[in-house]
Design a protein around this ligand. Structure first.
Ligand code: PRP
Length: 191
């Protein structure tokens, strides 16, 4: 069955980027550093990494390969933005975990924290399942946009309030495959 057709199938994705905010080498270096810190923090402990789909998949894939301690991975999917460029504050669970996290050390892996609504909701949900510990790693943080306070354990990069795509982050489901974090030209989203 043919699903919704791809928007602008001929476009060159890089042409829609105004600035490269974090280049590929810088991302890889930081991911390695975070992987080393996580490996140290969880040495000798049971660990489950929970990737919040879809944006975190690229970060997750690189991060797990820089973590040297044994761990399990699982995935959750939430919906908050839809096609809009700012958070609605409404969070829905589209896919739940496959594994039980009771009594286990859980590390939630995000690509970006913006308003904080998604993680606030997720943390409440996951903590009700009584994990031994619950910590957060995010590649990107937009502190200016925060609507609710969240304690984040590891942050890759704090960034300004720009509309960024690439390395997992999308606009209308495109640009996730760019190997860098770039600022999307406002003309692309109609400003
Ligand atoms: C993004 C991101 C976080 C959330 C952060 O997901 O991956 O989960 O928004 O925003 P918040 O702090 O304002 O809640 P999105 O809903 O865009 O889905 P995606 O990861 O599938 O692109």
């Amino acid at each position: 069955m043919l699903d919704k057709p791809l928007v602008r199938p001929q476009c060159v994705l890089d042409d829609d980027i105004s600035t490269i905010l974090v280049d590929e080498a810088t991302i890889q270096q930081r991911v390695s550093e975070i992987g080393a810190a996580i490996s140290q923090a969880y040495a000798g402990k049971d660990l489950v990494l929970v990737s919040v789909l879809k944006g975190s998949i690229i970060f997750m894939a690189d991060l797990v390969r820089s973590i040297t301690v044994p761990h399990e991975i699982d995935f959750m999917a939430t919906s908050s933005y839809g096609a809009a460029t700012s958070s609605s504050g409404v969070v829905r669970i589209l896919k739940d975990l496959n594994v039980s996290i009771q009594g286990r050390n859980v590390l939630v892996v995000e690509d970006i924290i913006d308003s904080g609504h998604t993680l606030t909701y997720l943390l409440r949900l996951l903590s009700e399942r009584q994990p031994a510990s619950l910590r957060i790693v995010t590649l990107l943080d937009k502190p200016e946009r925060r609507a609710v306070h969240i304690d984040v354990d590891w942050v890759g990069f704090s960034i300004p309030n720009e509309f960024v795509v690439g390395y997992g982050l999308d606009y209308n489901e495109l640009y996730r495959n760019l190997p860098y974090i770039g600022v999307l030209k406002p003309s692309v989203y109609g400003e």
